[in-house]
Design a protein around this ligand. Structure first.
Ligand SMILES: *[C@@H]1O[C@H](CO)[C@@H](O)[C@H](O)[C@H]1NC(C)=O
Ligand SMILES: *[C@@H]1O[C@H](CO)[C@@H](O)[C@H](O)[C@H]1NC(C)=O
Ligand SMILES: *[C@@H]1O[C@H](CO)[C@@H](O)[C@H](O)[C@H]1NC(C)=O
Length: 320
């Protein structure tokens, strides 16, 4: 302690101890604030009410309110492993499911204006509750490096790991006739859909009345898939094509059609294409092939805030 040398040594020790201590404190602070931020984000998602009640209570059809606010329908007691999977899915901060039916309606709602989202949920939940179906919604991306259409494919894969029939409906596809059951589409005799793994519709350049052919362009706005071994391989291939193909800018539809191009016989054996009038009638400014009584109107304009603002006010006046 006496000599300058040892004084400076012990001071260095003290200084390094102080520095270590400071670094430690910094790390603890950093960790605590990181955890707090994570907690805040998670808490936000977990506690976010499914619907803002003041906006929707007035128009909500009977039964819907209890579906939306009654937690007993969301908190499930798992019985099987499949049910446990489902529970995990539901608890993810980016997804919500309501109901327990054997048919699941899936809609991806990334970046939708709130006013529209409220109307859309009303549309989906009233349909699901009438028929005892389940409605699942994904509100944040499951596939951050890709456009939202791929979140739909990913969610479809997840849902089909524990549920039998999933109907994907784009956020701009509105159920207009809620008396039409999915079963009635699956039972359409002319198309013999009983053994099909997937059911798409043709695309909108065809006429309303024209029949779809195995070469028809496909529209992926609304489609039905069953939980089969084939569908898993199919979805995985379609999902993989995105990385390897030169069609990267294009969406799900192009990858599905690319799969068909490469494996035509197999595709046609497993996939049916039915006319859009059954579940995917287009309504755009230039192209209105929807008719009263149709199951779904697909407002297939380019996505934009204006489009959804307009649709939200239209939907508010629709009795669906
Ligand atoms: C919530 O749902 C359960 C089961 O569906 C039902 O028995 C109960 O009455 C509901 N509660 C409310 C407050 O609606
Ligand atoms: C779902 O279950 C209901 C009631 O058991 C049944 O009537 C209906 O056919 C089933 N739907 C499908 C698609 O399996
Ligand atoms: C809904 O569809 C059914 C069956 O096609 C039809 O009988 C009914 O009139 C339609 N409802 C409306 C409101 O258009």
């Amino acid at each position: 302690m006496g000599s300058p040398k040892s004084w400076s040594a012990s001071s260095r020790v003290r200084r390094t101890t102080a520095m270590r201590w400071a670094r430690f404190c910094y790390k603890v602070l950093y960790a605590v604030s990181f955890l707090a931020a994570m907690y805040a984000v998670l808490a936000h998602f977990r506690s976010a009410p499914p619907i803002s009640s003041s906006d929707s209570d007035e128009e909500a059809p009977p039964g819907l309110d209890s579906l939306v606010h009654n937690t007993t329908t969301i908190v499930l007691s798992p019985i099987t492993r499949a049910e446990q999977e489902q529970r995990r899915w539901i608890e993810k901060p980016n997804s919500l499911c309501f109901g327990l039916g054997n048919v699941t309606i899936l809609t991806v709602t990334i970046d939708l204006p709130k006013a529209y989202l409220v109307q859309l949920r009303r549309n989906r939940l009233s349909y699901a509750s009438i028929h005892g179906y389940r409605y699942c919604e994904v509100s944040t991306t499951l596939e951050s490096s890709r456009p939202p259409a791929w979140t739909k494919v990913k969610a479809m894969m997840l849902l089909l790991s524990f549920t039998d029939i999933v109907v994907a409906m784009d956020a701009d596809a509105i159920i207009r006739n809620n008396t039409i059951r999915i079963e009635s589409i699956l039972e359409l005799e002319v198309y013999d859909l009983k053994d099909k793994d997937a059911i798409y519709t043709n695309d909108f350049q065809q006429d309303r009345q024209s029949e779809a052919t195995p070469k028809s362009f496909i529209n992926t706005g609304v489609y039905i898939m069953r939980n089969t071994p084939w569908i898993k391989g199919f979805l995985e291939s379609v999902h993989k094509f995105y990385q390897s193909s030169m069609f990267q800018k294009n969406l799900e539809r192009d990858e599905v059609m690319l799969y068909r191009m490469k494996n035509a016989d197999e595709f046609n054996e497993h996939v049916a294409i039915i006319p859009f009038r059954y579940m995917n009638s287009p309504v755009t400014q230039d192209l209105d092939k929807y008719e009263d009584g149709d199951f779904v109107a697909h407002y297939a304009e380019e996505h934009s805030p204006d489009k959804y603002r307009e649709l939200a006010s239209q939907l508010a006046t629709m009795n669906v």
